[in-house]
Design a protein around this ligand. Structure first.
Ligand SMILES: [Zn+2]
Length: 275
C-alpha cells in the first residue's frame, strides 16, 4: 500500500500481483491504471453489440460481444479490489477466514467464463463445416458444463493454462483458412490488426512481468499491464469484426468493411429481401 492510503477491500488475497503500486489514487481502487484500462474493451464490445443487433446478425455474435464485456468487467473488479472475484461478498456473508474454503467461488469468477467464451469461438469458427446441426452445440455445451463443475471442485493451476492454450490453438487453423479465402483488402486488414494487437499486448504483458523491479525504480511507469488490457480490448474487437465479416459472406449478405468516425472498422451488410 502506497502513501498510507488505506484499503477498503481488506488485505490483498490475489495470488498474482501486478507491477502497478496499490492504492495510490483511492482507497477503493487497488490498481488505478489496470482498472480503468478495461474501459476501452467494454466500449468496443458495446459498439460491436449495437452493430450486431442493429443489422440483425445471428445471436451468437451478440453473446460474443456480451461475454467480452463480462470478462472486462470481471477484470476491472479484480484489479480494483485485488480479491479473487466474489471473495469480498463471500467474506462478508459467510465470514470465512480460511480463503481455501472460498476456492469454488473464486474459480467461477473469471476462468470459467474465459473457457465458455473460447467454446463459443470454436462454435462460430467450426459450425458452418459441421454436418449435423445440433450435435456440435450440444457437445460444446456439455463440455462447458462438465468443465465448470470439475473446475469448481479441483485446483487446476497449470492444467487450466494448458487447457486454455489448447482451446486457443484449436481456433488458429480455421481462422487462417478464413483469412486466405478472404479477398477484400479491408477485411484482410482486420485479421492483420488482430495479430498485431495480440503481439503488442503480449509484449507489454511480458515486459511488465519481466522488468517490474527495474520499472518500479523509474520516474515513470509505462503501465505495461494496463497497455495489455487496451490491446486485448482492440484484439477481441478485431477478431469479432473479422468473424462477422466471414459469416456474412457465408450467408451472402454482401458485407463491406466501413469505418466508424473514419477510424474504427465495422461490418455493414445488405441482406437479400427474402431474409
Ligand atoms: Zn489484468
Amino acid at each position: 500500500m502506497a502513501n498510507g492510503v488505506s484499503s477498503f477491500w481488506g488485505p490483498v488475497t490475489s495470488t498474482h500481483e501486478w507491477c502497478e503500486p496499490n492504492y495510490v489514487y483511492s482507497s477503493y481502487v487497488a490498481e488505478f491504471f489496470n482498472t480503468i484500462s478495461n474501459v476501452p474493451c467494454i466500449m468496443l464490445a458495446l459498439i460491436g453489440l449495437v452493430n450486431s443487433l442493429r443489422q440483425r446478425f445471428e445471436k451468437r455474435f451478440s453473446v460474443l460481444h456480451i461475454s467480452n464485456m463480462i470478462l472486462a468487467i470481471g477484470s476491472m473488479l479484480y484489479h480494483a479490489t485485488l480479491q479473487r472475484l466474489c471473495s469480498k461478498l463471500a467474506w462478508l456473508r459467510l465470514e470465512y477466514k480460511d480463503s481455501l474454503s472460498l476456492w469454488p467461488w473464486q474459480q467461477q469468477g473469471d476462468e470459467t467464463p474465459m473457457v465458455w467464451e473460447m467454446l463459443l469461438y470454436i462454435y462460430i469458427l467450426y459450425s458452418p463445416d459441421w454436418h449435423y446441426r445440433s450435435t456440435m452445440p450440444t457437445f460444446l455445451f456439455l463440455y462447458g458444463a462438465v468443465f465448470a463443475i470439475a473446475h469448481s471442485q479441483l485446483r487446476f493451476d497449470i492444467g487450466f493454462k494448458v487447457h486454455y492454450a489448447v482451446l486457443c490453438l484449436l481456433c488458429i487453423p480455421r481462422m487462417y483458412k478464413y483469412y486466405i479465402h478472404t479477398e477484400d483488402k479491408l477485411a484482410k486488414r482486420l485479421a492483420k490488426l488482430y495479430v498485431a494487437t495480440l503481439l503488442i499486448g503480449t509484449l507489454c504483458w511480458l515486459v511488465d512481468r519481466a522488468f517490474c523491479k527495474d520499472i518500479s525504480r523509474w520516474y515513470f511507469n509505462p503501465q505495461g499491464h494496463a497497455l495489455w488490457h487496451v490491446s486485448m480490448g482492440f484484439n477481441s474487437y478485431f477478431a469479432n469484426t473479422f468473424l462477422m465479416y466471414c459469416r456474412a459472406r457465408q450467408r451472402e449478405w454482401d458485407p463491406k468493411v466501413k469505418h466508424f468516425l473514419g477510424v474504427l472498422p465495422y461490418v455493414k451488410i445488405q441482406k437479400p429481401k427474402a431474409q
